[in-house]
Design a protein around this ligand. Structure first.
Ligand code: 4NP
Length: 154
C-alpha cells in the first residue's frame, strides 16, 4: 500500500498544485501517492494558475496535467497525511473532521520547517510573479523535510 499524502489550499490552483508537484519530484511514485485539493469549490476542474505552471516549469516540474478538486470528508479516510497551506485552510478542514484521529492527520506544511509556529504560505493569487517564486521556495524547503522524514527507515 502506498503512503497517501494530500496538499490543501483554498482554490487548488496556486499553492497546493505546487506542493503536489514538488513533493512528487522528491518521492518514489512506487511507494507514495501525492494529490492536492482546495477547500473551496471555486475552481473545480480548472488547470493550475498559469503563474504556478510557469514557476514550476522554471524548476523542472510539470504540473499542467493537474485539475482542481474540492476537499471531501472521505479524504480523511483516504489519506495518511494532510498538509494545509494556511490557518484558514486548517480551520476549514478541522471543522469537517469526525474525531481526533482525523484532526491529527492535518498539519500546517510550514511546521515542517518551523515546528509549532503555524506560519502561513501566503496566498499569491492577487499578487505578482515574485509571490509565486517565494511560495515555491517555501514549499520546496518544507517538502525537503517531509521527504527526509518519510524516507527514514522505520
Ligand atoms: P490557492 O490560491 O488557494 O493557492 O489556489 C487562490 C486561488 C483562487 C482564489 C483564492 C486563492 N480565489 O479566490 O478564486
Amino acid at each position: 500500500m502506498k503512503v497517501k499524502i494530500l496538499m490543501v489550499c483554498l482554490g487548488n490552483i496556486c499553492r497546493s498544485p505546487l506542493a503536489e508537484g514538488i513533493l512528487q519530484s522528491k518521492l518514489d511514485p512506487r511507494y507514495y501517492s501525492i494529490k492536492s485539493c482546495g477547500t473551496s469549490s471555486y475552481h473545480i476542474g480548472s488547470k493550475p494558475d498559469k503563474r504556478s505552471i510557469d514557476i514550476a516549469k522554471q524548476y523542472g516540474i510539470d504540473i499542467t496535467n493537474q485539475r482542481a478538486t474540492q476537499f471531501k470528508v472521505s479524504d480523511f479516510t483516504t489519506y495518511d497525511y494532510i498538509y494545509v497551506m494556511d490557518s484558514s485552510n486548517y480551520q476549514n478542514i478541522i471543522d469537517l473532521a469526525n474525531n481526533d484521529y482525523e484532526k491529527n492527520k492535518v498539519k500546517h506544511i510550514l511546521n515542517e520547517l518551523h515546528p509549532d509556529s503555524n506560519f502561513d504560505v501566503p496566498d499569491p493569487y492577487y499578487g505578482g510573479k515574485q509571490g509565486f517564486d517565494d511560495v515555491f521556495q517555501m514549499i520546496n524547503k518544507a517538502c525537503d523535510n517531509i521527504a527526509l522524514k518519510l524516507n527514514k527507515p522505520a
